[in-house]
Structure formats: structure tokens, C-alpha cells
Design a protein around this ligand. Structure first.
Ligand code: GLN
Length: 539
């Protein structure tokens, strides 16, 4: 049965990838949420991987993890950061997952001898997935972002599903926003509408008429251009929305408000348009744009060439900066090229260092070298997942004297596997979706730095790892000064380590960055930025 109680907004992309569909979807959702509509966003990804969990960050940027342990597209991170509402597995669906469920059904004989085909079986599964969130009754409006660009072969079943749903739901319940690019030709000194005309036509070839055009542009769209786009693309004049390059993604909701995107959408969906309450959002923006000082933080990782690899960490630092009224300038440092002879020149001037998550051996010695430097020189240090594991290894090698201490992920034969495979992981053979994933409880040790930062003694944080601090070495490590201050209550796994005779040295086995939002900057990131500021003022 088609859902006609929830309103659906589909966001497709044309002309080029990387136009920022996720940010436009999140910004519109923010405006609708700020008018009292219960809103969520989902992303449909047309690739064949079951989820992005097995993708190298160079392929697809960071893998974002939800509370329920789904490994998802990084756009879900934007959705949560903008809306401050948790997403789940239902918010991200790939072609691989769609096909997997259809093929599983076929094997169970559920198609009763029918030939299983892209239309209707794959498209029905897509339609079903699109409506799961709407049918839950938890939302008034569901935004669905279709990954890729119209005209791609792999996007076709999704566009067909949208065509069918729009027909079944009617224009007052379903609407299509097409995000497109209006290039500027410097030689001609002109903005060009032709690529958009073609892209809208491509969409029409699949039977889908865009209702709203959001036009990415580097220059203001003139009245003439807007009128021309409306005329050639069959959209109302007011439904041609300009999306000009912004200095921060957090400006986009206000820019869309100014362009009246929310009004155009609500009008077609026959919903009342109200004045959005963006008070706390705008307070954040005021703080973000009026920093009282600057700190320089090094982000040490092995995927630093690609900003998207550490998206949530970078955004969490922005939230924390705004919270402290400090501009956080992030310097990316490639761990593969860090060594004992250059570490001082690359790190000594920093006000704080974050060592990033990661997998595999590449670049780990550079991370360890950096951690030794910040530990000895008392520069604030924040280690996340692999970053925490490397802090334990560094400490074991250089303070405990356990030479060649390592993680068994990197060196199976290490005499001192201070980081070792979790018991529950030992039987795992499949790579996809089998890590320790999602939200787990963590109890904090009273009087620890962690407990005072969180201001509570029991927290929930999201995980994505197979290895952990080896409890056989815990006593030895703690005796020499590095304390375990957060534990999983059921398994006794160590989730946090800290060093007390250091201004700020904390490593966490989980990923706090996934939970930092504009409305709720993460306490650890906030405290870290504050420590960096203190360090800077005292040095
Ligand atoms: N590779 C490490 C593990 O699997 C750390 C993972 C991570 O940083 N997300 O435990």
C-alpha cells in the first residue's frame, strides 16, 4: 500500500556530482523541522556494495555509523548534525541491499514462480524502503536523497521508483527537487543554463518532472536567468532556487530560507508555512563567525589528502570551536611521512593534536612518533579509536619499556600484543558489517577527567572496531600512570584511557565525532578545544 499520510520530498542531482545534495536536503529538513514538522532524511545509494563499510575512504569518504550499528554514507552525518535526531539503518539503502533482499525472497520462494525483474521487483523493493520511515508514523515529512546523477545507468531503477510513487501519491504528497549546476563561463562572462535544461530533460525521459530546481552557482542568478530556467524546465518561477557557494555549510539553511525554498515546498505539499524557529541555530552561527581567538590543531591520519575521510571529526571540531568561541584551524598531517627526525618541526607549533581512526599498518609508526612527542611535550592529545590504540602502544613501548609492543592487527607476532583482537571477533570471517558496531554503554570511573568532562558516569557512544586494549596488560599499564577510565559494563572492555600528569591526554576506543551536532557539540571535543586554548595561552 502506498503511504499517503506522510509527505515525501525526493532530491535528485543533475549535471555533476558533488553539488551538495546532502547539504541541501539537510538544510531544507532543518527549515521544516524548525517549523514544527517531524522530519527525517534518507539516502539511497546506487552502488552494489551492501553498505559503505567495506569501502576504502579514498573511494567514498568517511563511513558514518548510526546508533543501531549501520555503516552508512557520510551524508547521514550531515543529517544528524543539522537535525540533531539520530538516524538508523532505514536511513541509508544501497542497490546491493535492495538486490540482496529481493534475491533472498526469491530463494525463499516468495515470488511464487514468477520471473524476478528490475521492474516491478527491484523497484517495488525500493518503493518499500522509501516508505519504511514514513509508515513508522514518526515523521510528517521524509526527504529522500537519490545518490549519483540522473542519466547514470545505475540510478534508473531509483528514478523509476520515484516516478511510480509520485504518480501514486499525487503532487500534493510527493515532490521532486532537482539539484543542478549553472556553470559560469569566464570567457563569455555568462552563466549557462543549457546543462540544466538537458539534465531536466533527462529526468523527463524517465517520466519525472522536477517541481523545484536548486541551482548551484558561483554567481547570483539574474531575474532573466531564473525566468529562462522556469520556462525551459517547466517549473514555476518561484521554484527556481539559487544555491550560491557559502563560506560554511551551516549558512545554507538561512540561504534556502531567503530563497523561500521551504515555502515553495510546503505550498505544493499543501502544508501550512510557519516562521521557522532558528534561534539556537543562529546563536551557533554568531559564535562560529565571531571567534575570540584561534587554535591550531593537527589532525594526524593516513587519508588526509581527502577531506571527506575525516568529515565528522572536522565538523565536531567546528562545533567545539563555536562552543568555545574559538576558531579551530586544522592542519592535516600525513602520518606516513612523520618520523623521529621531522616530528618536532611538524608538531611543536600546534596547540593540540588529534590522532585519527584507521585500519591497517600504513602510517602507524608516524602516529606513534607523534603521540610520543605530544605526551612528552605536554601538548593536548585526543586519540580516536586507532588513535587511542596507538597511544596505548606508544605508552607501552616508551614508558613501560615493552619494546615491539603492538596491535596484533599490525604485527601478529608481537611479543606484547597490548592491543588485541576482541574475543567476539575471533570467529568472524566476513568483512562486511561484522565489527563491533553502533552504540554501547560505557561506565566512567568517578574522579576521572572523562567523568568530569561528560559530567555523568554512564554514557552511550558509537563504535566501529575489531581490536581492543588487551586486559592482560591493563594492570601493568595502569601501574605506570596511564589509567583506564571508561569500561563497557558487560564485557569489561576498556573504552577510555587518560594520563593524569598531562594537561589533556585522552584516548577513546569509540567515535565521539559521530554524535556531535550543532545543537549538541560533543563534550570531549569541546573540552579538547578548550585545553588547546589553555595550552596556547600558557605557552
Ligand atoms: N583498526 C582498529 C580496529 O579495528 C581501529 C578501528 C578504527 O579506528 N575505527 O580495532
Amino acid at each position: 500500500m502506498t503511504d499517503t499520510t506522510t509527505k515525501y520530498i525526493f532530491v535528485t542531482g543533475g549535471v555533476s556530482s558533488s553539488l551538495g545534495k546532502g547539504i541541501i536536503a539537510a538544510s531544507l529538513a532543518k527549515l521544516l523541522q524548525a517549523q514544527g514538522y517531524r522530519t527525517t532524511i534518507q539516502k539511497l545509494d546506487p552502488y552494489i556494495n551492501i553498505d559503505p563499510g567495506t569501502l576504502n575512504p579514498y573511494e567514498h569518504g568517511e563511513c558514518y555509523v548510526t546508533d543501531d550499528g549501520a555503516e552508512t554514507d557520510l551524508d547521514l552525518g550531515h543529517y544528524e548534525r543539522f537535525l540533531n535526531v539520530p538516524t538508523s539503518q532505514a536511513n541509508n539503502v544501497t542497490t546491493g541491499r535492495i538486490y540482496q533482499s529481493v534475491i533472498d525472497k526469491e530463494r525463499r520462494g516468495e515470488f511464487l514462480g514468477k520471473t524476478v525483474q528490475v521492474i516491478p521487483h527491484i523497484t517495488d523493493e525500493i518503493k518499500h524502503r522509501i516508505q519504511i520511515l514514513g509508515k513508522s508514523g514518526d515523521y510528517d515529512i521524509v526527504l529522500t536523497e537519490i545518490g549519483g546523477t540522473v542519466g547514470d545507468i545505475e540510478s534508473l531503477p531509483y528514478v523509476e521508483a520515484v516516478r511510480q510513487l509520485k504518480w501514486e501519491m499525487g503532487n500534493k504528497n510527493a515532490l521532486v527537487i532537482h539539484l543542478t549546476l549553472i556553470p559560469y563561463l569566464t570567457a563569455a562572462g555568462e552563466l549557462k543554463t543549457k546543462p540544466t535544461q538537458h539534465s531536466v530533460k533527462t529526468l523527463m525521459e524517465s517520466g519525472v518532472q522536477a517541481d523545484v530546481l536548486v541551482c548551484r552557482t558561483e554567481h547570483e542568478l539574474s531575474d532573466g536567468i531564473r525566468t529562462k530556467l522556469a520556462r525551459f524546465c517547466n517549473v514555476k518561477r518561484e521554484a527556481v532556487i539559487q544555491s550560491i557557494d557559502a563560506s560554511t555549510i551551516y549558512d545554507v539553511p538561512n540561504m534556502m530560507l531567503e530563497e523561500r525554498l521551504d515555502k515553495v515546498v510546503l505550498n505544493q505539499l499543501q502544508l501550512e508555512s510557519r516562521t521557522p524557529d532558528l534561534t539556537s541555530w543562529n546563536n551557533f552561527l554568531v559564535k562560529l563567525k565571531n571567534p575570540k581567538s584561534v587554535v591550531v590543531v593537527g589532525l594526524i591520519g593516513k587519508y588526509v589528502e581527502l577531506q571527506d575521510s575525516y568529515k565528522s571529526i572536522l565538523e565536531a571540531l567546528i562545533h567545539a570551536g563555536a562552543n568555545n568561541e574559538v576558531k579551530v584551524k586544522v592542519v592535516s598531517i600525513h602520518s606516513e611521512f612523520l618520523n623521529s627526525s621531522n616530528v618536532s618541526s611538524k608538531i611543536s607549533y600546534l596547540d593540540g593534536v588529534v590522532v585519527a581512526p584507521g585500519f591497517g599498518e600504513r602510517g602507524i609508526e608516524g602516529k606513534i612518533e607523534a603521540i610520543r612527542y605530544v605526551r612528552e611535550n605536554k601538548i593536548p592529545f585526543f586519540g580516536i579509536c586507532l588513535g587511542m590504540q596507538m597511544a596505548v602502544i606508544e605508552y607501552s613501548r616508551n614508558v613501560l619499556g615493552l619494546h615491539k609492543a603492538n596491535s596484533s592487527e599490525m604485527d601478529k607476532k608481537t611479543p606484547f600484543p597490548v592491543i588485541d583482537l576482541m574475543e567476539a571477533q575471533k570467529q568472524v570471517t566476513h568483512k562486511g558489517g561484522t565489527m563491533r558496531l553502533g552504540s554501547w554503554k560505557c561506565n566512567l570511573v568517578e574522579d576521572s577527567q572523562a567523568a568530569s568532562i561528560y559530567n555523568q558516569i554512564s554514557i552511550m557512544e558509537r563504535h566501529r572496531h575489531r581490536y581492543e586494549l588487551n586486559n592482560d596488560f591493563r594492570q601493568q599499564i595502569e601501574n605506570s600512570g596511564m589509567k583506564a577510565t571508561g569500561f563497557n559494563p558487560e564485557t569489561g572492555l576498556v573504552e577510555i584511557v587518560e594520563i593524569s600528569n598531562h594537561p589533556w591526554f585522552i584516548g577513546v576506543q569509540y567515535h565521539p565525532e559521530y554524535k556531535s551536532t550543532v545543537a549538541n557539540p560533543h563534550p570531549l571535543f569541546s573540552a579538547f578545544v578548550k585545553a588547546a586554548l589553555n595550552y596556547k595561552t600558557q605557552k
